[in-house]
Design a protein around this ligand. Structure first.
Ligand SMILES: NC(=O)c1ccc[n+]([C@@H]2O[C@H](COP(=O)([O-])OP(=O)(O)OC[C@H]3O[C@@H](n4cnc5c(N)ncnc54)[C@H](OP(=O)(O)O)[C@@H]3O)[C@@H](O)[C@H]2O)c1
Length: 299
């Protein structure tokens, strides 16, 4: 099978590409820019893949409130152009969406299922929901995967980091940390989400799936677990979303049910705590490899 992966330089793209079985063409924004549909059409027309995987997205949740056009240009209108190209080429389109397509229900305490009605709380969520609908309506062969709270060793392409690294960096600077306790999610390791996507593809699944690690916690609990597993004891205090005052409203609860995936009896996703421990080991290994390889040779 031949795969073309858009957004291949992002944290999910970089962990997914090496796991896909077959020929993989990794596309960065330079070659296939969702805001320049002619580049996407040209690249895919040349590659002629059997599967297109769209890991590209505008992911600046707070900034999207003041620049909705930029969020929609990538997450909705770019996808509006991508989906019919995949349809016309007869490819399967794998597309990623977000837990932030949910969240209006302030009393929710049960993981959202694929068949729960969405109700996004911010501009980013709305742009991702529009993207989902466009894929589902314009490309009959699709697999839409909603995921949540991603972190990977390569760090978010756009933001250049992830929550775990940000926490470790701030703790290392000795700064007091205030982290929200009233937003519950499932932190998810990109390696695990990528592996589960590969399983879905191998099993020939299409439609809509939720893929996250299992369990849930608040961002504050997540930060506390990062520090406990890293042997750090920073000054960490719980705060509320209202006191924190981020520009974008976020769901009080946005854990996703992975029951539909697990009913397929494919290799299970691990609890978020185990995935976090694996990530912390992996980043230590990656740092050791970097320091062993030394400076590049100069001629
Ligand atoms: N991060 C999360 O916590 C989270 C949570 C739920 C769902 N998701 C979804 O999961 C998917 C993967 O997210 P991620 O965290 O891996 O994202 P990421 O690390 O931010 O990577 C996104 C990639 O998209 C590329 N991109 C941005 N604008 C583009 C454009 N106009 N054309 C082509 N490429 C463009 C970026 O390229 P540059 O490097 O050039 O900027 C970057 O490589 C996305 O659909 C995201 O919405 C993410």
């Amino acid at each position: 099978m031949k795969y073309a992966v858009l957004g291949a330089a992002g944290q999910l793209g970089r962990d997914l590409c090496p796991r896909l079985a077959g020929e993989v063409v990794a596309l960065t924004r330079e070659r296939a820019d969702l805001t320049r549909p002619e580049t996407v059409r040209a690249a895919l027309g040349e590659i002629r893949p059997g599967v297109v995987v769209n890991c590209a997205a505008y992911n600046f949740v707070d900034r999207a409130e003041s620049e909705p056009e930029a969020a929609f240009a990538v997450n909705a209108w770019g996808v509006r152009q991508l989906a019919p190209v995949c349809r016309d080429l007869g490819c399967l389109l794998v597309h990623f969406s977000s837990d932030y397509v949910f969240g209006l229900d302030e009393t929710r305490s049960m993981p959202y299922r694929e068949d729960d009605a969405p109700g996004q709380v911010n501009v980013y969520g709305l742009s991702k929901l529009a993207g989902e609908y466009l894929v589902r309506s314009l490309c009959p062969r699709h697999l839409v995967v909603r995921t949540c709270g991603l972190y990977g060793v390569h760090g978010s392409g756009g933001k250049g980091t992830n929550f775990v690294e940000t926490m470790l960096r701030l703790a290392g600077q000795g700064k007091p940390l205030r982290v929200v306790v009233d937003q519950v999610l499932t932190p998810s390791y990109t390696v695990d989400v990528a592996a589960a996507v590969v399983e879905l593809l191998r099993a020939g699944q299409t439609g809509l799936y939720h893929l996250t690690n299992t369990g849930s916690c608040s961002w504050h609990d997540f930060a506390a677990a990062i520090f406990a597993l890293s042997g750090l004891r920073p000054d960490l205090t719980p705060t509320t979303s209202a006191a924190y005052g981020a520009p974008a409203r976020r769901p009080a609860y946005s854990a996703l049910s992975t029951e539909k995936y697990h009913q397929l009896r494919l290799p299970p996703l691990r609890p978020w705590q185990e995935a976090l421990a694996a990530y912390l080991q992996e980043r230590t290994k990656a740092a050791a490899q970097r320091s062993c390889s030394g400076p590049p040779n100069s001629l």
